[in-house]
Design a protein around this ligand. Structure first.
Ligand code: SF4
Length: 449
């Protein structure tokens, strides 16, 4: 029996085994599933060309040139969590002493920064498409701080009834009291890090609430008419294919609107923990890839469509913050490590200690910035298409005209079943294409070298 057959031996009915096999066999001669990459922001490729001070001067100038009706998104980063989960790769940590004071200091600093940005150009008049609180765990800040941040956004910027108010949270922090406060403040979209519904897996990764309690929290939020999407991870300790597929079915059944799926990342900070559970073995990627494709095919068979390379959504889940580049909007990102972009100028904030030290005296405390070069802008529409999982016929046509090797590259992607036809002349990413989205973008940037 092959490894593939033994992995799917007791697969639940929800698994389209032939579909997974087709994707795997198309891919396997050409790509190693362990070599996948995330799409990376430009500063990860090239570093910064400008210091934080210089970046701020450039942004002030750029912002004075923008037309007043151009929409933008606001993202606010909260780095705090009640505990640091052993598997987590996000920039987040548990606060030690003086928790209340440190939260208040951080929230004051966010509001200071928001006010500073609102005084630049006509940013305060431009329409805001979403205010998104990410982390970490924004709800860890507590009701009063969330109210302060929200009020500050409303005072400083042109939020309207169309502006979506969204946040990320974990089940633990989403108490009925906090949910009520958020609802009163206008929040209507929740992205929740559920990760898994298998009890033993939840226990191992430190998810303290039983799956039933976790589902209760989601149902309570859905009952308030919020849009709710979830994170699910492939590759957790003790995880089973059946448990993973059942979780998707259960979450679809209760009405969850969107699913972000990704493989557990092994990185320096969690490597020891991953090693303890055998998660660093190269063979794990294969099982995780098969699980990922099985989940993707199930979601697609139930009408969920990707609006981001790893996010499957129903019609209500427009995923406004994560899809801002596709709409050509700017992103005002505020807070430690938050990275934003205005036009073709990207900037980022530093880690917590430096952010707290430098975001004052008329400065937002930026770490650095860089302008995307014009060559990169030539492939940018295609990159956006990959990020959105859909590339229009016009973008495909232009890329073929601009880059002589493009047709051959697309043929290779098609042979490997990374892309598929979408309508008459457009393309879309398959499940394998979603797994390799960062690699597809790297293939494109190779044209620029
Ligand atoms: S609660 Fe979420 S953000 Fe915080 S450490 Fe755990 S997984 Fe990471």
């Amino acid at each position: 029996m092959t490894l593939f057959d033994s992995f799917f031996l007791d697969a639940p009915e929800s698994v389209n085994v032939d579909g997974v096999r087709y994707h795997w066999q198309s891919l396997e001669p050409h790509y190693n599933v362990g070599d996948w990459m995330l799409p990376l922001p430009p500063w990860r490729h090239h570093g910064y060309s400008d210091s934080g001070h210089a970046a701020w001067n450039i942004l002030q100038h750029d912002l004075s040139q923008v037309e007043p009706d151009k929409p933008f998104c606001i993202y606010l980063h909260t780095p705090f969590c009640s505990r640091k989960c052993n598997f987590c790769d996000s920039y987040s940590f548990k606060l030690g002493s003086h928790q209340t004071e440190r939260i208040q200091d951080y929230v004051d600093r966010l509001c200071y920064e928001l006010r500073l940005w609102s005084q630049q150009g006509n940013l305060s008049q431009r329409p805001v498409s979403t205010v998104h609180l990410g982390g970490g765990t924004p709800t860890f800040l507590g009701g009063a701080a969330l109210r302060q941040i929200t009020d500050c956004c409303r005072e400083c910027f042109s939020v309207s009834p169309e502006t979506e108010w969204a946040l990320e949270s974990t089940v633990n922090e989403l108490t009925p009291e906090i949910t009520d406060v958020l609802h009163e403040l206008g929040y209507r979209r929740l992205h929740i890090g559920i990760q898994t519904l298998e009890p033993q897996v939840r226990k191992t990764i430190g998810r303290l609430r039983h799956p039933v309690a976790a589902l209760d929290v989601i149902e309570r939020t859905l009952a308030l008419d919020w849009v709710v999407s979830v994170d699910l991870i492939c590759g957790l300790p003790y995880q089973t294919l059946t448990g993973f597929m059942d979780a998707i079915e259960i979450l679809m059944d209760i009405g969850v609107n969107g699913f972000s799926i990704y493989e557990l990342l092994v990185y320096p900070q969690n490597r020891r923990w991953c090693k303890q559970y055998g998660l660093t073995a190269p063979s794990r990627h294969l099982f995780n890839y098969w699980m990922f494709v099985a989940g993707a095919l199930l979601l697609e068979s139930r009408g969920f469509a990707k609006n981001l390379f790893n996010h499957w959504a129903d019609a209500q889940d427009t995923n406004i913050y994560f899809t801002f580049p596709i709409r050509g909007e700017d992103l005002l990102a505020v807070g430690t490590i938050a990275d934003g972009v205005f036009g073709n100028y990207h900037y980022r904030h530093p880690s917590y200690a430096r952010y707290m030290k430098h975001s004052q005296d008329g400065l937002p405390g930026l770490e650095g910035g860089l302008r995307r070069d014009t060559a990169f802008d030539m492939i940018q529409p295609f990159v956006k298409g990959i990020q959105a999982s859909r590339i229009s016929g016009q973008v495909v046509h232009e890329a073929k005209s601009n880059f002589p090797g493009m047709s051959a590259l697309l043929d290779r992607w098609m042979t490997c079943s990374l892309i598929n036809h979408n309508g008459s002349d457009g393309l879309k990413l398959t499940a394998s294409g979603s797994w390799f989205a960062g690699n597809l973008i790297a293939d494109l940037t190779a044209f620029l070298v």
